[in-house]
Design a protein around this ligand. Structure first.
Ligand code: G
Ligand code: MN
Length: 306
């Protein structure tokens, strides 16, 4: 009926793939609602490394659902149902509260990190989002610049006017806005320039493809140049090999994230992951045996200079 009304046709044949209210989805809705209340959700954290000093400066929080029978699933399995049913607000609040509580604990133990959370399309145009975020920060007496919000170009384009208003308020208070999966959407550069963004995250598909596909390498290279011209911090996602890491360093990328550096891990494993990646990066920088590699000498120079 809703499909027929939307399309202004009198007759519309039932199509199960369009049905938001199948028994499966309704069951999922109920389970997700309980999951949020019962702490079946968990956040895993993936490190982000700064090329400048070879240190992990922040982590991205990634939500997982530890379902009693289905096991661990990622956001793809449940974000869309949350968006369609209004559960996205309690879900976003849960992620925000938990990520900030964890960050507060780390920082009081001397681990100077920032944390990034991923927003969904719906929460981005939620006029009350800024207030809820400021309240959560205040609760832990955290400065605004330790929080980063990741959103995709596509999400911004759904309602650019509203997105811009919400983002403007957040940025004015010092929160960092990052464009996630950059390169997969269709936003014009002139538009992007007007947004209050601090970080550009190059989509992992280009970074993964870079080693064997010249056009991916060109995209990565020109994105880094563009980001630098626009005074943005540019972060490469999907760094899976040391070759990719070195290439990005040579291209002047600011930071990197990916399986080579560390997979998303449970909070209690974050310290060990950071120690491990920083150790490996320091070793790479001092690896004099690889004399042909200009990149490692750049890294070495930097390490001795600081
Ligand atoms: O859309 P976004 O960039 O936030 O996606 C993050 C997702 O990418 C996470 O689910 C994470 O597990 C995955 N991811 C992180 N690093 C890598 C990587 O190096 N390779 C691949 N294939 N996926 C990654
Ligand atoms: Mn992200």
């Amino acid at each position: 009926m809703y499909a027929a009304k939307n399309e202004h046709t009198e007759i519309r044949t039932y199509d199960a793939t369009m049905d938001e209210y199948t028994p499966e989805r309704l069951a999922l809705y109920g389970q997700l609602r309980r999951a949020i209340d019962n702490n079946e959700l968990v956040l895993h954290y993936q490190p982000k490394l700064a090329f400048g000093d070879g240190r992990v400066y922040g982590v991205e929080a990634l939500v997982r659902w530890q379902h009693p029978t289905r096991g661990l699933s990622g956001p793809d399995a449940f974000i869309s149902i949350a968006e369609q049913t209004g559960l996205i607000r309690p879900l976003t609040d849960w992620v925000l509260a938990n990520a900030l509580r964890q960050l507060d604990a780390w920082r009081s133990e001397g681990l100077e990190l920032s944390v990034a959370i991923n927003l969904s399309a719906r929460s981005l145009i939620d006029a009350e989002l800024p207030t809820r975020i400021f309240r959560a920060l205040a609760q832990h007496q955290l400065p605004a610049d330790v929080l980063e919000l990741e959103l995709t170009e596509t999400m911004i384009m759904i309602d650019p006017g509203r997105a811009l208003r919400v983002l403007g308020q957040l940025q004015a208070r010092g929160i960092r806005i990052a464009v996630d999966d950059y390169g997969t959407g269709h936003s014009s550069l002139s538009y992007l320039r007007r947004l209050p963004i601090a970080d550009l995250k190059i989509d992992k598909s280009f970074v993964i493809g870079m080693e064997r596909d010249d056009s991916d390498d060109v995209i990565v290279r020109s994105t880094i140049e563009l980001a630098r011209d626009l005074n943005l911090r540019v972060v490469a996602e999907g760094v899976e090999t040391v070759t990719a890491l070195r290439r990005l360093q040579a291209l002047g990328c600011d930071a990197a994230q990916g399986y080579y550096l560390g997979r998303p891990v449970a909070p209690e494993t974050v310290r060990a992951t950071i120690r491990d990646v920083e150790g490996r990066i320091a070793a790479l920088a001092h690896d004099g045996t690889d004399a042909a590699d200009a990149v490692s000498s750049v890294l070495a120079e930097h390490t001795t200079a600081t």
